[in-house]
Design a protein around this ligand. Structure first.
Ligand code: SF4
Length: 315
């Protein structure tokens, strides 16, 4: 949130000598609006901010005595009021210092307001991924595991971490800061409420992004029908009920899903870097969330192993 340094001097140019009480109030509300606008994010309750500024400077006393002041007293009082209001705005409204802390704890989910940044290329497609309905996930607020009740589009994270791909690791700065998603604008380490409010609003989906591209939407829906997380979860439940013996359904789904995405990407020239947006993460990438990993033997046979028995190496 950048702040203009000379807001109060702009308003001091207007001459308060001849204002009556009504004009004084009008000018005050124009000024107040300008500092709230400069400091507030779209989700901060503006009414509360206005109220707090008025409480913390001498607005009420000055307003009450305005008509009894002479011209130079009015000028003096007006200048003091502007300076006091700007100072209290800085105290009331903490600002993001771009330390990068939020950006290292997970990438943002996109909302309807972000679609323009996607369409204009300010947020490139290859940096997006889809989390599908039914996918196992962890809450960004308390880390608890849960199953995603609906689809989400997120900015990708750097491999092996939760850090957003747009965070510059050298400077800790966001490389798309002026065009950052709505969730990043709502994120405030001093107040989790705006981000939590936003989490309850509908997230962007592939239906929104690919609106009008009917063939692609049909393929996506076929992929969901054949390779949905409900089926994968049922296959893992079966595996668990058989004490780890009945691997057939899981292996069949893994193989089918792999071939499906490979076939469609080749046939329709979908670049590999866009596959995670079109189809979400592959089943083979998700095995860890179910406590397994897969190893391909030299003869091409795939073996499923519980992670506790033989955890995959970092390499
Ligand atoms: S888009 Fe920018 S502000 Fe948002 S999490 Fe990524 S680096 Fe941080």
């Amino acid at each position: 949130m950048e702040k203009k340094a000379d807001t109060s001097s702009d308003f001091s140019q207007n001459n308060p000598f001849g204002w009556n009480a009504e004009q004084f109030r009008e000018m005050w509300y124009v000024f107040l609006e300008s500092i709230v606008e400069e400091n507030s994010s779209s989700l901060v309750p503006r009414k509360r901010v206005r109220y707090q500024i008025e409480q913390s400077c001498q607005f009420r006393d000055i307003a009450a005595g305005w008509d009894s002041m002479d011209g130079s007293q009015r000028l003096d009082a007006w200048k003091k009021l502007l300076v006091a209001a700007e100072a209290s705005a800085r105290e009331i409204l903490p600002v993001c210092v771009q330390c990068g802390e939020c950006c290292r704890m997970g990438s943002p989910t996109l909302h309807a307001d972000d679609i323009e940044a996607l369409r204009s290329g300010k947020i490139p497609w290859e940096h997006l991924m889809t989390l599908r309905k039914g996918e196992p996930a962890r809450s960004p607020f308390d880390g608890r595991p849960f199953v995603l009740p609906g689809e989400k589009i997120k900015i990708r994270e750097k491999e092996g971490s939760r850090e957003c791909v747009f965070l510059d690791g050298q400077t800790d700065r966001c490389t798309i800061y002026p065009d950052r998603p709505l969730q990043c604008r709502a994120q405030a380490c001093w107040d989790p409420a705006p981000a939590m409010d936003l989490a309850n609003q509908p997230a962007l989906t592939r239906q929104d992004i690919f609106q009008g591209v009917d063939l692609l939407l049909e393929i996506i829906s076929e992929h969901e029908r054949r390779c949905g997380f409900e089926e994968l979860t049922a296959a893992f439940d079966k595996l668990s009920e058989s004490n780890g013996h009945d691997v057939d359904d899981v292996l069949r789904l893994l193989s089918y899903e792999e071939h499906f995405r490979q076939f469609v990407c080749e046939k329709f020239h979908i670049p590999p870097e866009n596959a995670e947006l079109v189809f979400g993460r592959s089943f083979s990438e998700m095995l860890g969330l179910f406590g397994y990993h897969a190893v391909d033997g030299p003869d091409g046979t795939r073996v499923l192993t519980p992670e506790t028995e033989n955890p995959p190496s970092d390499g």
